[in-house]
Ligand binder design. Sequence first.
Ligand SMILES: [Zn+2]
Length: 103
Amino acid sequence: MAEAGHINYTPPFRGRGVRKLVDAPPPFEKIPIDWDHENLLRDIEEKLLADMDAFIRSNECRRGAILKYFGENRNLVCGECDCCRKSQAGRDKPRRDGRDADY
Ligand SMILES: [Zn+2]
C-alpha cells in the first residue's frame, strides 16, 4: 500500500534503539559528600527537635509560646490551652488544708 501511494509508512527503527543517557553512578566511596554541611543540617534538626520537646514539656501558655516563636514579644496567657487550663484548675482546686490556692 505504501508502494502504491495509499499510505505513508515509516518502518520502526531497528537495532541499537537503546541509547545511554546517563553514566553509571560512581561507587559509594567515591561519592563526594560535604560532611560539614550534613553535620550543620543535623545540628539544625536536633535543635528544632529539642525546641519542640521543650515546647511539649513546658507549662507555659501554648499560644503565647507560639507567638514568641514567631517574634511577638509579649507574655500572653490565653486561658484556653491545656497549660492555661491546667494552671487555672490548680488555682481553682481547693487545697487539702481547706484554704484557697491563691493565699
Ligand atoms: Zn494558654
